[in-house]
Ligand binder design. Structure first.
Ligand code: PEP
Ligand code: MG
Length: 597
């Protein structure tokens, strides 16, 4: 499809997954990691030398860029990837490539990029005719090197999202959490992607950064072009490309309604979190970067229920030192005091790939060496983090949380390290809180099944419903193709959550939840009925949950839960909940954030 064909369609409406609410109208910045549009034309004899110079400078620049990437890789101890760059450097030095391009400029009077493009096409044809598959595939290495030279000739930046020139809707095949962290919120006002699911870490980050986003659109990158106007409706999960004036007006009105609604919710920030019959609930915030702590308290959080420490690792070239971590944790603890901060140990792997820490050759990373498994193998990293957390615990109310626990042995292994580090600090005369609570995330089916055994090993549970749903239902949380199967109201999930709360109650430890489910107002009432005393969520969801809980009677919650546990399908549960909610909270609209029509 050519750009022209793409641009012809007015009001092209595409629907995906509503990942982060908000409405934005802006021009598209298409993050195309490979192709450069090349126009071939004749240059005059007097311009031949300058075109050759342009080509040669672009090759030298490409080499410098690759050497810089190589240096960066060596800092990250990723030496095994050097060969990819070395291959590219060899291609840039290839005599045939040089001679053929320069000959076309000299003899045919072509411009530099037109000449290079022709040479690249000839190479492609030659490689395509090779029988050996491996050698045939090497043709793409030449294309990649060629694209780099072409970008340099055109003075185009190598694709990058951290320095956009104007307010843009970033359109990409996929964005990693690391890409998302680089987005400049003032310029990247929304993003849309082909891939992704609602609880992927990229989606979670978009909500934290309050960047409206629609993901899982499957083929949006092939349907839009640079500079097209796009409406992104992160409330409903739809986007409109090349909207007509009438559509723009409709969405401007919707944007106003959305902003008014968010403003009204602010009134709830200050009010106590309790049901209509006075049952107190602790609503806390999940945060991904230190800067969010203050905002969380402003949004009415009574503490940090989940500090995702991995984003400190993603944002740096190297793992943060013990001292770096201690300083970051200390700052957050002081900002949040007198409330508590639950610090989760490193939870990388799966879609949170961190190049200098995670293995990059795992066939099934979601079930691989990730999270606490990685920590227990990388003892130096693990001990440094625990030392930092323990030292920070001297400054306020701190809890430590271990992710992805699958059984009692892992908890004991973690506790042994905590005890050893405590002994070490004691010997060194360093302050820490010897009574700090140690908790685990319940996010694997095995942890649910042995919740009774785990409960006697720890001080609290925190359910990670994002992963728990993924692993219980065998549905990749980041895969748009199976997003329809990611059903929080699946009877298996209701039962699993109830089972965990019951095990916690019997062992007399608090049951908390920190997955995205906690921010669903309907679900929050059910969780409280199950016995969860602390719900931790993206802080922008707190006032919405508070609003609903204040209209809800806890006894009615228990009755509803009992009836839902008898139902056999997710759809049956969802519709029963919606009917009941309407009765008790007449102004309640299901998923109001995401459906402000
Ligand atoms: C979860 O899995 O629910 C959770 C809170 O952890 P994360 O989203 O960081 O995996
Ligand atoms: Mg998780």
């Amino acid at each position: 499809m050519t750009n022209l064909a793409k641009s012809d369609q007015k009001n092209l409406r595409l629907c995906g997954i509503a990942a982060s609410p908000g409405i934005v109208i802006a021009e598209v910045y298409l993050l195309d990691r490979q192709r450069v549009a090349v126009i071939e034309y004749q240059v005059g004899a007097d311009a031949v030398d300058s075109e050759i110079e342009l080509f040669e400078n672009a090759v030298s620049q490409a080499k410098e860029q690759l050497i810089a990437v190589k240096e960066n890789l060596s800092q990250k101890s990723l030496r095994e990837h050097f060969y990819i760059i070395d291959t590219q450097l060899m291609i840039l030095d290839d005599q045939m490539l040089h001679e053929a391009t320069i000959n076309l400029i000299k003899n045919k009077g072509l411009n530099a990029s037109g000449a290079l493009k022709r040479v690249l096409q000839q190479f492609r044809q030659t490689f395509d005719s090779i029988e050996d598959e491996y050698l045939r595939e090497r043709g793409s290495d030449i294309e990649i090197a060629g694209e780099r030279i072409l970008r340099n000739i055109g003075g185009k930046e190598q694709p990058c999202i951290s320095n956009l020139e104007q307010r843009s809707v970033v359109v990409a095949h996929d964005l990693s959490p690391a890409d998302t962290l680089q987005l400049d919120k003032k310029k990247a006002v929304a993003f849309i992607t082909d891939l992704g699911g609602r609880t992927s870490h990229t989606a979670i980050l978009a909500r934290s950064l309050e960047i409206p986003a629609v993901i899982g659109l499957e083929n949006v990158t092939s349907r839009v072009y640079h500079g097209a106007v796009a409406i992104v409706d992160g409330c409903s999960g739809c986007i409109i490309i090349n909207p007509c004036e009438k559509t723009i007006d409709q969405y401007l009105a919707k944007k106003k309604r959305y902003e008014l609604y968010r403003q009204k919710l602010q009134e709830y920030c200050e009010l106590p979190a309790q049901t209509s019959d006075g049952k107190q609930v602790s609503l806390k915030a999940n945060i991904e970067f230190p800067g969010e702590a203050e905002l969380a308290i402003h949004n009415g959080a009574s503490g940090i229920g989940l500090l995702r420490t991995e984003f400190m690792y993603i944002a740096r070239q190297q793992a943060p030192s013990e001292e770096d971590q201690f300083l970051e944790y200390s700052r957050i603890i002081q900002e949040v005091a007198p409330h508590s901060v639950t610090i989760r140990t490193l939870d990388v792997g799966g879609d949170k790939f961190v190049p200098n820490i995670c293995l990059d050759d795992e066939a099934n990373p979601a079930m691989g060496l990730r999270s606490v498994r990685l920590s227990l193998r990388e003892m130096k990293l693990f001990r440094a983090q625990i030392r930092a957390i323990l030292r920070a615990s001297a400054l306020g109310d701190v809890r430590i949380l271990f992710p992805m626990i699958s059984g009692v042995a892992e908890v004991r292994a973690c506790r042994t390290i905590v005890n050893e580090v405590m002994d070490e600090l004691k010997t060194e005369g360093v302050d820490f809180d010897p009574e700090l609570d140690v908790g685990i995330m319940i996010e694997t089916p095995s942890a649910v099944l042995v919740a009774d055994l785990l409960a006697s090993e720890v001080d609290f549970f925190s359910v990670g419903s994002n992963d728990l749903i993924q692993y219980c239902l065998a549905v990749d949380r980041g895969n748009e193709h199976v997003a329809y199967l990611y059903e929080p109201y699946h009877p298996a999930i209701l039962r699993a959550l109830f089972r965990v709360a019951t095990a916690a109650e019997l062992a007399n430890i608090p049951a908390c939840i920190c997955g995205e489910l906690a921010s669903d107002p309907i679900y929050s009432a059910l969780l409280i009925a199950m016995g969860y005393s602390e719900l931790s969520m993206n802080s922008s969801g707190i006032s919405r949950v508070k609003k609903l809980l204040r209209q809800w009677h806890s006894e009615d919650g228990k009755r509803l839960l009992e009836s839902l546990l008898q139902l056999d399908t997710a759809a049956g549960v969802a519709s029963a909940v919606a009917v009941e909610m309407k009765k008790y909270s007449p102004d309640f609209e299901p998923n109001v954030d995401f459906n402000l029509n």
